[in-house]
Design a protein around this ligand. Structure first.
Ligand code: GRF
Length: 198
């Protein structure tokens, strides 16, 4: 049984997709053992509580140094017996020591087809604003392993989504979430939980 810790900062729709996929059997042999948020008011925490999942809030400003913050993140993940860390809209750059500790066992969902529209500053609506500004006809989402860079780790899954005339960043974001993110993130967890990804 793969023990999954999900790290969140916002609404938690990707977390909800994982919860629902475990409940309906789309994800086999895995369970969420903890949800960690860097924001105490993240709605994702409500979603976790409703699903009976242990939650933990670790705010960077509550720690007087990057090292202390990293130690708290690591302790929380280890205390939960985490096998896989899933970043689902976690808007904090993970400290290097944390990435080293969990190297090869951290995945992230990014709302574009990496290597387009990714890297420093590309998160949330900004990604879709840039895609619309560039005039791409296809965008999508990517699940990748997290390494020391920003959105640079090995790609696991991608799913393309059409950009339509009249799309606003908000409309496009919703379509990418519904048609891509909420499908490939659970799929990636299922593949990892069942030994189908090295
Ligand atoms: C999603 O768009 C995801 O791609 C990005 O952050 C957003 C998180 O949304 N990393 P939610 O908190 O899962 O609803």
């Amino acid at each position: 049984m793969l023990r999954v810790t999900v790290m969140v900062s916002g609404g938690g729709t990707n977390l909800q997709a994982i919860i629902d996929a475990i409940a309906d059997g789309t994800i086999r042999n895995a369970r969420i053992v903890r949800v960690v948020s860097n924001k105490k008011d993240a709605y994702a925490l409500e979603r976790a509580a409703r699903a009976g999942i242990d939650t933990c809030v670790i705010c960077r400003k509550d720690y007087d140094s990057p090292g202390a913050f990293e130690k708290a993140l690591t302790a929380s993940a280890e205390e939960a017996g985490t096998d896989l860390v899933v970043l689902a809209g976690f808007l904090v750059v993970l400290p290097e020591a944390f990435v080293n500790r969990f190297e090869g066992r951290i995945i992230n969902i990014h709302p574009s087809l990496i290597p387009s529209f990714c890297g420093k500053g590309f998160y949330g609506l900004k990604v879709h604003e840039e895609a619309l500004k560039r005039g791409v006809k296809v965008t999508g989402a990517t699940v990748h392993f997290v390494d020391k860079g920003c959105d640079t780790g090995p790609i696991i899954l991608q799913k393309a989504v059409e950009v339509l005339d009249g799309d606003t960043p908000e409309i496009l974001q919703k379509r990418v979430m519904e048609q891509a993110e909420w499908k490939i993130l659970p799929k990636a967890i299922d593949l990892i939980a069942n030994g189908e990804i090295v």
